[in-house]
Ligand binder design. Structure first.
Ligand code: ZN
Length: 192
């Protein structure tokens, strides 16, 4: 599943703009009208110190939690980084790290490796967790696990979500790098 909202993210937990642009009342859970379990009407109530939606019939609480997503910073033997050119909005046409939402039965690292394969055709293995980024999006907030990976096979073959997939020197990245995260993460990588 492609991860689109890598927009207004922040990695530094000490900074106050962590949730810039984020409106908790805009996520789907806050505007849902019916219980996903039994279909009865939801009621907004203060539960555990905060307003939440609870089913009037079965009392199921629709908690508003961030989703989990994963991205891969994949390097080849020449220390070039793998980027994919997005085929879908937001940031259509821009270059980005391969990323997507984690499926329910996979680990974050498995999600990163799968997204890299699906979007670029490249097989990779995880070296280490590079960063954990809170991504504030109007509709769906996420915790994005960013893994540093090494390419171990495959060949460049952009997937359905990508117009193109290419290797870039860290000193010659494309101008149109989408989202706030990618440039910041790659800048950090270049400094290592
Ligand atoms: Zn219910």
């Amino acid at each position: 599943m492609p991860c689109s909202p890598l927009r207004s993210s922040v990695g530094d937990p000490g900074r106050r703009e962590n949730a810039r642009g984020f409106r908790a009342d805009h996520v789907w859970q806050a505007s849902a009208k019916h219980c996903p379990l039994c279909g009865a009407s939801l009621v907004r109530l203060v539960i555990e110190g905060r307003e939440r939606s609870r089913c009037g019939a079965c009392r199921f609480v629709v908690y508003e939690n961030p989703s989990s997503a994963a991205a891969g910073i994949v390097l080849d033997e020449a220390r070039r980084v793998l980027l994919v050119q997005r085929a879908i909005e937001p940031h259509k046409g821009d270059w980005a790290l391969p990323a997507g939402y984690q499926e329910i039965d996979e680990t974050p690292a498995q999600a990163a490796v799968r997204e890299v394969r699906e979007e670029s055709g490249i097989e990779s293995e995880v070296i280490e967790l590079f960063d954990l980024v809170f991504v504030a999006d109007r509709r769906r907030t996420s915790n994005l696990a960013v893994f540093l990976c090494r390419a171990i096979g495959g060949r460049l073959d952009p997937g359905d979500d990508a117009l193109d997939a290419r290797w870039f020197d860290l000193d010659a990245l494309p101008q149109n790098l989408g989202f706030g995260n990618g440039p910041r993460l790659l800048e950090r990588l270049r400094g290592r």
